[in-house]
Design a protein around this ligand. Structure first.
Ligand SMILES: Nc1ncnc2c1ncn2[C@@H]1O[C@H](COP(=O)(O)OP(=O)(O)OP(=O)(O)O)[C@@H](O)[C@H]1O
Ligand SMILES: [Mg+2]
Length: 251
């Protein structure tokens, strides 16, 4: 067992933004009080969250909209810092956080492959040797020489996923990206991720596509009400989450 991601009592808050409802005059007349109230209102998204991911494990993160799943992933990626506790990540992280967030819209698919490869820490030569397999896997065809802004969102997802999995990931972070690809591509991505299993690649997958999470992951963490509600075998955690999410008959 070799822990590669360790969350130790991690908390995260975001400031809440205000409109000055009582009017600017009131705001200015009681400036210290106004500033105090602005400071005190913060949204607590995660509180004292602790978990460990071992090398080679595939862990799924589930929970309702706004539960804090993407926030958690952003902390693993090092994009945002926790407000309390510590996040330790012992490997190079390849995040696929938002669709094509690493792509430049005016550059072609081909140019973006190079840009992303270099951003992920590879040399230009290394990227070029993989370029053909990236293009082939993405099945984008002649569009590869068109600017990214002309792509459909599914095409962006195909290229983004393809770049990521071909650049020797160590920790793969995937946030709800598979959902926009068509059925065939989704299957291909899942097969690719399954093939990573056993090769030491660690995957953290955030998704509302519960059957895929169940198929892909060794362990699932359900985030609810700022903390880990349940963590364990995928089928059990997902069943508990579905049961909890059922609409009630109460008015
Ligand atoms: N930069 C930010 N500033 C303020 N609030 C934020 C910020 N980012 C996220 N939040 C808030 O934090 C909470 C958790 O957001 P997060 O994006 O982590 O949820 P999520 O579980 O990924 O949801 P979804 O399933 O919809 O993707 C939400 O209430 C959101 O409004
Ligand atoms: Mg999210």
């Amino acid at each position: 067992m070799e822990p590669v991601i360790v969350f130790d009592r991690v908390s995260k808050e975001y400031p809440l933004y205000h409109r000055v409802t009582a009017g600017l005059k009131h705001f200015l007349l009681d400036l210290p009080g106004a500033i105090r109230s602005l400071r005190s209102t913060r949204l607590e998204v995660l509180r004292d969250v602790s978990f460990t991911v071992q090398r080679g494990e595939s862990v799924g993160i589930i929970g309702r909209n706004g539960a804090g799943k993407s926030t958690l992933l952003l902390m693993i990626a090092g994009v945002i810092k926790p407000c309390g506790g510590t996040v330790t990540v012992r490997e190079r992280v390849s995040p696929l956080l938002e669709l094509g967030s690493g792509f430049h819209p005016d550059l072609s698919g081909r140019e973006n492959i190079e840009l992303n490869g270099v951003l992920l820490g590879l040399s230009r030569r290394q990227v070029l040797t993989k370029q053909d397999s990236i293009i082939e896997f993405s099945e984008i065809g002649d569009y590869i020489d068109q600017p990214i802004r002309t792509y459909s969102s599914g095409m962006v997802a195909r290229l983004a996923f393809s770049v990521l999995v071909h650049l020797d990931p160590m920790i793969l972070l995937i946030d709800e990206v598979l959902a926009v690809g068509d059925f065939a591509f989704e299957k291909k991505c899942l097969d690719m991720m399954l093939s990573f299993k056993g090769s030491g690649v660690t995957t953290v997958l955030v998704s509302h596509a519960l059957p895929q999470v169940e198929q892909m992951c060794d362990r699932v963490i359900w985030i609810e009400d700022r903390s880990i509600r349940c963590c364990g075998a995928p089928s059990e955690v997902i069943a508990a989450y579905i049961e909890h999410s059922k609409p009630t008959d109460k008015p």
